[in-house]
Design a protein around this ligand. Structure first.
Ligand code: PRP
Length: 219
């Protein structure tokens, strides 16, 4: 892999998808020089002239859009919600889940809200939720939360939630059921457009290495 004096900076999401990201990095020949699960460092050098930034998933697009990172790994949910100005060359096939509408079983059993009705929806996906209900002629009062969405219907604060569902166990544990799926989600490799233009000789081999890693081919 060609190397430059300035490292190629890749923003990685902390949290759930990190465990699935590490085998891909190893396969792509981009092993971090420290254990990403235990280090308190936020900037970690790796093989292949690469430097990783370890940040919250919701911030990855911001770093890549501003060019603070050349590339990043981020969920499709966040790309759909915030529509950042980034290239999206590769579906990495990790972090698979779905963005769903869910609610208390007794409410969902009555059917979807009718056109012209009004409901309260707790979510961190304000834009996608608004678009979904607007298309159905339903007025959604969005209650923005940062996590643990499943609690909102239990305390009577919301009628529905829009959130990621992977195994469904969090919904089940809180007596909620799925009503609809908005999108299938997986993690994507994203690239800053200006970096792609000016550092293509560095970025293209990394995209290629990730591409081979997800197909389980040798780099
Ligand atoms: C995510 C998501 C759901 C849960 C779904 O939350 O927001 O709450 O995982 O997973 P499951 O279907 O396998 O139960 P996460 O644990 O990442 O924390 P958060 O609520 O703080 O976002």
């Amino acid at each position: 892999m060609p190397q430059a004096s300035t490292p190629l900076i890749i923003a990685l999401s902390k949290g759930r998808i990190l465990s699935e990201t590490l085998p891909l990095l190893e396969h792509a020949g981009l092993m971090p020089k420290e254990d990403l699960h235990t280090t308190r460092k936020l900037m970690i050098d790796a093989a292949g002239g690469v430097r990783f930034l370890l940040i919250r998933a919701a911030d990855v697009c911001t770093y890549v859009e501003h060019g603070a990172a050349d590339m990043g790994i981020v969920g499709r949910d966040l790309l759909l919600e915030s529509r950042p100005n980034v290239y999206e060359p590769l579906d990495l096939g990790i972090g698979r889940c779905r963005l769903c509408i869910a609610g208390p079983a007794e409410l969902v059993a009555r059917g979807k809200p009718e056109a012209g009705s009004r409901i309260r929806v707790a979510t961190k996906y304000d834009n996608l939720t608004e678009q979904y209900y607007m298309a159905q002629g339903v007025h959604a009062d969005i209650i923005h939360l940062y996590g643990s969405m499943e609690l909102a219907p239990l305390v009577g604060m919301a009628d529905r939630i829009v959130d990621l569902v992977e195994t469904g166990s969090t919904l089940a544990a809180n007596n909620l059921v799925e009503e609809d799926t908005l999108y299938d989600i997986s993690s994507r490799l994203v690239v800053n457009p200006a970096s792609f233009a000016t550092r293509k000789s560095l970025i293209a081999p990394v995209i290629d290495a990730f591409s081979k890693a997800i197909r389980n081919e040798d780099s």
